[in-house]
Design a protein around this ligand. Structure first.
Ligand code: DX5
Ligand code: ZN
Length: 216
């Protein structure tokens, strides 16, 4: 399976967002990870539909939209119209997760479910066959630049076993504290997509950092 990289624009320079997107376009990145935070589910507020639709106007990579919002259902269609190719919802925010996943798929885009660091992988047993990707949080969601939680490696391994058996096409994405060291171990454990924010955008050559991460 390929090793994919999704730079998170949460760590980009918003004064120059256009040129940050151009940098991603010209890099070997696979997706553009967009972190949407509501200040309720997570203790931070980031950006939403208007920013994503502007990003989409110049993006040449699929938008991987990570919704850290309670009650995402009323907004699925609008995020799709704004340009999302993948929508990730949190298991913890969806009382009717099966319905939410179906409504994402009904928009003709990929559906992904995210687990917070404390949420066990086995909570996906009855949804795993319906989804295109699982996003494992390796930090508590809300902020970039946090320390990687080591327990994530074993979660990736447990999830990989479930996926191999039940839905081999499903991707495993990991988000938070990714760098060369954690990234290498995550790929070895079975991750397919790594989200990287501060490690990419705080580096002296972001496009080169993306390339090195992809070839770990
Ligand atoms: C955190 C976000 C992440 C964040 C990762 O809530 O979901 O996508 O941007 O940032 P780094 O790579 O800096 O840990
Ligand atoms: Zn994210």
């Amino acid at each position: 399976m390929k090793q994919l990289i999704a730079p998170s624009i949460l760590a980009a320079n918003f004064n120059n967002l256009g040129s940050e997107i151009q940098m991603i376009n010209s890099s070997v990145a696979d997706f553009i990870h967009c972190d949407v935070m509501d200040g309720v589910f997570v203790p931070n507020i980031s950006f939403g539909i208007p920013v994503i639709s502007k990003v989409n106007k110049i993006a040449e990579k699929p938008l991987d939209v990570h919704l850290m919002i309670i009650n995402p259902d009323p907004y699925i269609k609008r995020f799709k119209e704004a340009g999302a190719s993948i929508i990730t919802v949190h298991q913890e925010t969806c009382v009717h997760l099966n319905r939410t996943v179906q409504s994402i798929k009904n928009e003709g885009i990929k559906a992904s479910v995210c687990l917070n660091p404390h949420t066990p992988v086995h909570t996906l047993e009855d949804i795993i066959e319906d989804i295109d990707m699982v996003l494992l949080m390796s930090v508590n969601p809300g902020f970039g630049g946090q320390k990687f939680i080591e327990n994530t490696y074993s979660k990736v391994s447990v999830l990989k076993k479930m996926i191999d058996k039940r839905n081999p096409e499903c991707l495993i994405e990991v988000d938070g504290g990714v760098n060369y060291e954690t990234g290498k171990k995550l790929f070895e454990a079975g991750a397919n997509v790594l989200v990287a924010g501060s490690f990419v955008f705080n580096s002296s050559n972001p496009a080169e950092t993306i390339k090195r991460l992809r070839n770990l």
